[in-house]
Ligand binder design. Structure first.
Ligand code: S3P
Ligand code: PEP
Length: 424
């Protein structure tokens, strides 16, 4: 993909469905009794991997674009797959499904693409083993492929060393099959979509501060899910609207769950002109239209408890910081090193390539704003969020920017370039 400087972005976008919520709707619908209708489903490669895995375990799932119907098999109705489950590029699919598979009465093997098979799975192997699960890293390196021999599980309490919704969700989902209440405490609250959605499927889940507790149900009951727009996807256009001169963009129907809204807090701290309209409280997963205008920005410090609420947005927040006056420090974000790529190194390297004063640190980065950007050839290492971040950089740089392997945006945002073009 080739990009050149934009004269301004104007118009409105309907942001595609939330990736985290789309994954969970398919998983929980598959385990429920009855039919779950999902609307505004994210038809991105990661969520399609989740559909594929459950189809291979005998669940009838019909997909018609953003409408998905899941004919659930019930809590104990999954069938042994006849082949390895392909989790593609998706950490969420891998870690959440592992919790479910640990409690089945059959064996499965999970494997993904080159990036996925390098990501750490020890973080789920440890708590699952504490519950009595039989789960092994086939190559003995703590990564996928994973072999999971389903078995009876013991209820447990797990103190997670990381604020990770994938780890928390894995343990809670294994808890569906445990012999009593299972709880997880995390160092800071991560996204709570699992807790909220399990409740809407009739499961008792209690949340107190950073602890979530599940009581294993007899059955889960199907329900309909309307997926809000993905705030992580919206953030590319929030940043684009703020840094591109002469811009005014309305992003419609974006999920603003407080465990996901850190970007809005950062925008406020940086002095950005971002307003929320049509705020709707959908019972736990609120939505709003986000209106963004070109702004004069100032640097800030981003760290601590806000980090899990904006973890996937950090590469593009770093770009925002490059257009702010003064220094921005991003800290407590070492988790970025174990995403689809090392997002600290790759973000900083590519920002520097485009002329930004950016330095990587052990747990984040320091960006001094104000340097003009110039075009560059960007190797995104097949990381969708890096490809989109540097596409937005490209429309704000002198000369031409080329994004290699830009098709990887399909992982979370297949219509990204179409929507970007519609604003020019
Ligand atoms: O639970 C989820 O849906 C997700 C949790 C986050 O990962 P971690 O749990 O590893 O922080 C996030 O980065 C990922 O994109 C989606
Ligand atoms: C980290 C991400 O996803 P996952 O962990 O599901 O691969 C992401 O979408 O940025």
């Amino acid at each position: 993909m080739k990009l050149t400087k934009s004269a301004g972005l104007r118009g409105e976008l309907s942001i595609p469905g939330d990736k985290s919520i789309s994954h969970r709707a398919v998983m929980f619908g598959s385990l429920a009794k009855g039919t779950t209708h999902i609307s505004n489903f994210l038809s991105g490669a990661d969520c399609l991997s989740t559909i594929d895995c459950f189809r291979k375990m005998g669940v009838l799932i019909e997909q018609n674009g953003t409408n998905v119907t899941v004919h659930g098999n019930g809590l104990h109705g999954l069938k042994a797959p006849s082949e390895t489950l392909d989790v593609g590029n998706s950490g969420t699919t891998t870690r959440l499904i592992s919790g479910i598979l640990a409690g089945q009465d059959f064996e499965t093997v999970l494997s993904g693409d080159a990036s996925l098979n390098k990501r750490p799975m020890g973080r789920i192997i440890k708590p699952l083993e504490q519950m009595g699960a039989k789960i092994t890293s086939v190559n003995g390196n703590g990564c996928a492929p994973l072999k999971i021999e389903g078995t009876k599980l013991n209820a447990t309490h797990y103190d997670s060393p990381v604020a990770s919704a994938q780890v928390k969700s894995c343990v809670l989902l294994a808890g569906l099959y445990a012999d009593g209440k299972t709880s997880v405490t995390e160092p800071a609250l991560s996204r709570n979509h699992t807790e909220l959605m399990l409740r809407s499927f009739g499961v008792k889940v209690e949340s107190h501060d950073t602890t979530a507790t599940i009581t294993p149900p007899e059955e889960m009951i199907a329900t309909d899910i309307v997926v809000p727009g993905d705030i992580s996807s919206a953030t590319f256009f929030i940043v684009a609207g703020l840094i591109t001169p002469n811009s005014c963009i309305r992003l419609k129907n974006v999920g603003i769950n407080p465990t996901r809204d850190g970007i809005l807090r950062v925008c406020k701290d940086m002095g950005a002109d971002v307003t929320l309209e049509n705020v709707i409280d959908n019972g736990g997963e609120p939505t709003a239209d986000i209106v963004v205008k070109t702004s004069k920005l100032k640097g800030t410090v981003i760290g601590g408890e806000v980090i899990p609420t904006l973890i996937d947005e950090i590469p593009v927040i770093a770009l925002l910081a490059a257009f702010a006056e003064g220094e921005t420090v991003i800290k407590d974000a070492a988790e970025l090193k174990v995403k689809e790529s090392d997002r600290i190194a790759l973000t900083v390297d590519n920002l520097v390539k485009m002329g930004v004063d950016a330095t990587a640190t052990d747990d984040g980065m320091i960006i001094k704003g104000g340097n003009p950007l110039h075009g560059a050839s960007i190797n995104c290492k097949y990381d969708h969020r890096i490809a989109m971040t540097f596409s937005i950089a490209g429309i704000n740089a002198e000369g031409e920017t080329v994004i290699e392997d830009s098709e990887c945006v399909d992982v979370s945002y297949p219509t990204f370039y179409e929507q970007l073009n519609s604003l020019q």
